[in-house]
Ligand binder design. Sequence first.
Ligand SMILES: C[S@@+](CC[C@H](N)C(=O)[O-])C[C@H]1O[C@@H](n2cnc3c(N)ncnc32)[C@H](O)[C@@H]1O
Length: 240
Amino acid sequence: MAASSTAAEASAPVPVPPAGLKEDIAGLYDESSGVWERICGDHLHHGFYEPGDAASVPDVRRAQIRTIDEALAFAAVPDDPEKKPKTIVDVGCGIGGSSRYLARKYGAQCTGITLSRVQAERGNALTAAQCFSDKVSLQVADALDQPFPDGMFDLVWSMESGEHMPDKTKDIRTADWSENVAPFWPAMIKLSLSWKGLTSALTCGWKTIRGAMGILLLIQGYRKGLIKFTIITCRKPRAA
Ligand SMILES: C[S@@+](CC[C@H](N)C(=O)[O-])C[C@H]1O[C@@H](n2cnc3c(N)ncnc32)[C@H](O)[C@@H]1O
């Protein structure tokens, strides 16, 4: 999550995304979002746990919401009516779980962007079903080439989409949450082996199944300290 614009070093080379990366990301989420939604709902991100806690299946959603609240606290996003964010952009919004949560929490307008047309359409349908379309709207757009004018949003939110983006701005404050999120994947394995998970898996394509097999590697990676989950926040400079 980042309330943007303290710039990266002017001299730092800007990484060029590999050709076809955007299309691959869009294709992966077009294909796999339905199955993830059926298994664990509208949040497509890790849950947050006390270090060493084992995650139980009924806790998964609660832990995912906790991730959002912990990230808001980490970034010291103000709650008070004067200072709380009134306009939010959710960069890499998935099917809008965070967008709707943040819009409700702050009474804000939230615009979400994703590379996946399927996600944007599904997210907007979920929002409409909750009669919330006046507050939240998702669209297809590239975070690295955003269609918005500078300074349009009070809060720039980005949950687990930065890993797809080679060109990141300079980190201002970071913390290692690896221990807090590692219990999420064993819980996801249990969920995937449930009746709902297995029947959902039958309806999805090869990309999604290959991605799901990667969960075992994620578990090992967290255990061995090879994978790190980092939270990053930065703050817009105050207007002079
Ligand atoms: C793991 S999902 C996270 C979704 C959501 N933030 C959540 O927590 O439920 C990653 C998201 O990042 C989006 N994404 C990745 N690269 C992007 C880019 N360059 N521009 C916009 N969205 C991007 C994907 O389309 C997908 O919606």
